[in-house]
Design a protein around this ligand. Structure first.
Ligand code: UD1
Ligand code: MG
Length: 451
């Protein structure tokens, strides 16, 4: 059986009060619709069909090649939306799974279970239901005295008796394709001026079929995002899911409630994460690291055995056993080799610090290449910007940069050299020499082993 997935995303979402398409609002670092794409991906060999309408071009741009798109213009209701996918799926899919772009917590497992229910259903329609005291405005599942589903009743048109029903329509269906394409044009216009997809239940019954239902066991999967309170609820649940997964993988979260791990992050075993830590983007963390408290890591690679304390790390690479913080800021292109120590109030941007190099206090290193075993004294600054362009600094291995040295780039300090405290280095310093003063002058050669 070939399955095609339809994801409805054409609605206007007035209640979000937003200029950004609702389905592109982010949850744990990713647009909500991406969770739906990921949930349907393992079920189907065909690309998912996303029905777009309001601000559709932006949705299309965000998803690119990962989906095919059907335009719904104007938006005349959920049945009308599904009908727009017919030209893309007719003859290609035997079964159609219909889900919503604004229900991002629905899992692949639940969708798979629903499709399995439909595969053993002689009738054309299976749907997901939820037993809940909180009706959330969902349609009600209307059954006859034998318990057979007769119809889905929308809240707006339900009688008091129907409103009391606590079996709800989640809005996710698995349908036989041929029957669906035949049924959709038979859906009548509702008094609200929309074609309701829910009417296909009644049509299946009228065609003499029995409808199968799958009750949802985890009600959080049915959270639909209609406004920003729902967005925050979904974020909380997603965070719990992500955190639980990493704890089960062997990562210690000292306080999961205040640990914010985005969905693409990868963390090695026996790493310990302290509270108020944000792991974002495509960050990868090795084993046996200690991260936080109060730390932000974004799009960075952290080797095993690192310790990052009270710091901000963005688009940086830390090799193994690097020790950073408190109050360190690593920016784009910072690359700290094995065993680097970077203490408080330092900033490194677009620079390589060789193995074992130490910068303990109050330094800015930008556009620099620094060898192994270098000591960068307190207050050292690479003056990399001359008002027009950024200039490079090169420091050889085993250099000792004295406290408060200004390195006026472009400039090179040869291996084993030293600068005196307060030196302003405007010219290259040869290897194994001591330069002091403003501007710095070489005052003596050093023995090679002094460096
Ligand atoms: C729908 C169901 C309701 C179910 C609820 C669960 C119908 C008529 N009702 O109601 O039984 O309990 O979902 O969430 O289906 N959309 C389009 N084009 C349209 C209209 C909607 O693409 O013309 C999309 C929306 O973007 C949204 C989804 O379909 O993703 C659901 O639409 P919405 O208007 O929110 O339906 P509900 O009133 O929530
Ligand atoms: Mg809705």
């Amino acid at each position: 059986m070939k399955l095609g997935a339809i994801i409805l995303a054409a609605g206007k979402s007035t209640r979000m009060k937003t200029t950004v398409p609702k389905v592109l609002h982010r949850l744990a670092g990713k647009p909500m619709i991406e969770y739906v794409l990921e949930a349907v991906a393992p079920l189907s060999d065909l690309p998912p069909t996303v029905v777009i309408g309001y601000q559709g071009d932006e949705v299309k741009k965000a998803l690119g090649e990962r989906a095919q798109f059907a335009n719904q213009e104007p938006q005349l209701g959920t049945a009308h939306a599904v009908l727009q996918a017919k030209p893309l799926l007719e003859g290609k899919a035997d079964l159609v799974l219909i889900t919503y772009a604004d229900m991002p917590l629905m899992t692949a497992q639940t969708l798979r279970n629903l499709c399995e229910v439909q595969q053993s259903n002689p009738g054309p329609l299976s749907l997901l239901t939820l037993h809940s005291e909180n009706a959330r405005g969902f349609g009600r599942i209307w059954r006859d005295s034998n318990g057979r589903v007769q119809a889905i009743i929308e809240e707006a048109v339900a009688s008091p008796e129907q409103l009391a029903i606590r079996e709800l329509n989640v809005g996710i269906y698995c349908v036989q394709a041929d029957w669906l394409w035949n049924a959709l044009p038979r859906v009548a216009l509702s008094p609200k001026g929309e074609y309701f997809l829910t009417d296909i239940a009644e049509l299946a019954v009228r065609d003499g079929f029995e409808i199968k239902t799958l009750p949802l066991t985890d009600p959080t999967e049915a959270i639909g995002i209609n406004q920003r309170v729902h967005l925050a609820e979904a974020e909380t649940i997603l965070r719990q899911r992500i955190n639980t997964r990493w704890m089960l993988e062997g990562v210690t979260l000292v306080d999961p409630q205040s640990t914010y791990i985005e969905s693409e992050v990868i963390i090695g075993q026996d790493t310990v994460i302290y509270p108020n830590t944000y792991l974002q983007g495509k960050t990868v963390i090795g084993e046996n690291c200690t991260i936080g408290p109060n730390t932000i890591l974004r799009d960075s690679q952290i080797g095993s055995g690192c310790r990052i304390f009270f710091s901000v790390v963005e688009k940086a690479i830390l090799e193994e056993e690097v020790d950073v913080g408190p109050y360190a800021h690593l920016r784009k292109g910072a690359h700290l080799a094995k065993g680097v120590h970077m203490g408080n109030f330092g900033e490194v941007k677009n620079s390589y610090l060789g193995p074992g190099t130490k910068m303990g206090h109050f330094s800015y290193i930008g556009d620099a290449t620094i060898g192994a075993g270098v000591n960068i004294g307190a207050g050292t600054i690479t003056c990399n910007y001359d008002g027009e362009k950024k200039n490079p600094t090169e420091i050889g291995e085993r250099v000792f940069i004295g406290s408060d040295t200004m390195l006026v780039a472009p400039v090179k300090v040869g291996k084993g050299a030293r600068t005196g405290a307060g030196a302003v280095v405007t010219k290259d310093i040869p290897p194994h020499s001591l330069a002091v003063g403003v501007p710095a002058r070489v005052i003596r050669k050093l023995k090679e082993e002094d460096g």
